[in-house]
Write a protein that binds this ligand. Structure first.
Ligand code: NAD
Length: 497
């Protein structure tokens, strides 16, 4: 059985607690990860404190060279990373490559750190006065990441944080910890100083130690909303900078003029891909008008019938198992709840087994119709291969549904009407909008972040926002007097008037 240890400098103590790592396709335990505590974290922080000043003083072009070398190493190791990721998470290997690739795109952006970290300068803001700003790293940053993107989300965080001159401590999900450790190894191989990026494993005990450690300046969290809110509240109370991204329930609005064949292809991938375990999945579809709903449902039924569920390394599988047996049980319970609430289970994925892999954590594709906003199964995140149909009478109702939902991560509208799409994008109360794009995860040089209970804090991930999060802005006003004096009254607040 594989043993996954912390990635810190020096000997790691024998763990007192461990967590099992499943192979979701076979339903067998394939490894164990050590769970750390506050003492282990304290060691990692001491190392980070020692290493960070030298790294921050390294000129940005040299830091960028490490990012370039890391990018090349990740590309060279893409297939093995994807296979490792897929075996612990359960997503298919091509989808796992996408997970790595979307993180790599933030590393590519971070290769431009000398350009994006430049400050601003005003010559002659007053007589003999110049004003300029410089962005400085915070010191030590920490990232606490979810199971569903074990490559992409850590790279969103440490890519930006380290390029900007911070040391970084990553606490990945204990369910699929191998890829984050491998990424840290590759970062070291790329030339990062030893100890700049460390990985500590753990559960709530380790997370609490991170939130309470006085030398950690900032925390980036991605995971479920209750924990996001907890980390945001406690971390902010400890005077840390915190961004905490939570759960989601993204809606896909289908207007009557949409190209339904395209919509169904997009929806099927966005609802069932990665077994629905994506924060930008589309688990709710909102057809506008009864006729649209009926036509859509008929086409969805055909598309769902053609789905192939397989083990994560089956090259022909559309999606694989979910992450743990508890999660499979939770998803099936949500389907039962929807049924009890009066929704119609059109396609039922409960009790699904894959021949030859009966112990795997598979859930069949599920389609639920006549779901209403009053139902608990609509209000909460299910995070499985379950698509709910909520029928809207008109455009206004279609704008209202995602706007009033507790989550506000992503939303998509499918239409040929540019005016309606433009109106929708401007009015909907959700952080990321797709127009005929089912999973609108913005590219690395824009920024990512949901609203309402999908995001606590006020600065997004990656792009310019990521740089803002991982740096503080210093503003300098300088004067080089010529000795003659400028005749101003030193007792009056200076103005440039
Ligand atoms: P999770 O909240 O269970 O775990 C996330 C992290 O928090 C893990 O590192 C975990 O070890 C830690 N954690 C777990 N329980 C804790 C506790 N009680 N106290 C402190 N820390 C704790 O989330 P998950 O199941 O790994 O990931 C799925 C969730 O993440 C979904 O809700 C999904 O929508 C969300 N997600 C959101 C985004 C986004 O950008 N908004 C992206 C990906 C995933």
């Amino acid at each position: 059985m594989r043993q996954i240890d912390h990635f810190i400098v020096g000997e790691t103590p024998a763990p007192t607690r461990k967590h099992s790592i499943w192979n979701p396709s076979t339903g067998e335990v394939q490894g164990e990860v050590a769970l750390g505590d506050a003492a282990l974290l304290a060691r990692a922080v001491e190392t980070a404190k020692r290493v960070q000043p030298g790294w921050a003083a390294t000129n940005p072009q040299r830091r960028a060279r490490v990012m370039f070398a890391f990018k090349q190493l990740v590309e060279a190791n893409m297939q093995s990373l994807a296979e490792m990721l897929s075996s612990e998470h359960g997503k298919t290997v091509p989808d796992a490559r996408g997970d790595v690739q979307r993180g790599l795109e933030v590393i590519e952006y971070a290769c431009g750190i000398p350009q994006i970290m430049k400050g601003e300068y005003t010559h002659g803001a007053g007589p003999g006065i110049d004003v300029y700003s410089m962005r400085q790293p915070l010191g030590i940053g920490a990232g606490i990441t979810p199971f569903n993107f074990p490559a992409m989300i850590p790279m969103w965080m440490f890519g930006m944080a380290c390029a900007a001159g911070n040391a970084f401590i990553l606490k990945p999900s204990e369910r699929d910890p191998s890829v984050p450790v491998r990424l840290a190894e590759l970062f070291l191989e790329a030339g990062a100083p030893e100890g700049l990026l460390q990985v500590v494993h753990g559960d709530k005990e380790m997370v609490d130690a991170i939130i309470d450690h006085p030398d950690i300046a900032a925390i980036s969290f991605v995971g479920s909303s209750d924990i996001a809110q907890y980390i945001y509240a406690r971390g902010s109370a400890n005077n840390k900078r915190v961004q905490a991204f939570g759960g989601a329930k993204n809606h896909g609005i289908v207007l009557p003029d949409a190209d339904l064949d395209q919509v169904v292809t997009d929806l099927t991938g966005a609802a069932f891909g990665s077994a629905g375990e994506r924060c930008m999945a589309l688990p709710v579809v909102v057809p506008v008008g009864e006729e649209t709903a009926e036509r859509l449902k008929e086409k969805l039924l055909k598309s769902i019938a053609g789905l192939r569920i397989g083990v994560s390394n089956d090259p022909d599988a559309d999606y694989g198992p979910v992450v743990t047996p508890e999660h499979k049980a939770r998803i099936e319970q949500w389907i039962t709840t929807a049924e009890q609430e009066g929704a119609e289970i059109v396609v039922d994925g409960r009790g699904f087994t894959l021949q030859g892999h009966e112990k795997g954590f598979f859930v069949g594709p599920t389609l639920i119709d006549h779901v209403t906003p009053q139902m608990k199964s609509y209000q909460e995140e299910i995070f499985g291969p379950v698509l709910q149909i909520v029928r809207a009478a008109d455009f206004e109702e279609a704008v209202r549904l995602p706007s009033e939902h507790q989550y506000g991560n992503g939303v998509a509208i499918f239409t040929r009407n540019g005016h309606a799409a433009r109106e929708f994008a401007a009015r909907v109360n959700v952080g990321m909008v797709g127009i005929n794009v089912p999973i609108p995860v913005p590219v690395a040089y824009h920024s990512f972040g949901g609203w309402k209970r999908s995001g606590f804090g006020d600065i997004d991930q990656y792009g310019v926002e990521g740089l803002r999060f991982w740096t503080k802005n210093k503003k300098i006003t300088q004067r080089w007097p010529d000795g003659g004096g400028d005749g101003s009254n030193a007792f009056v607040i200076p103005t440039m008037g």
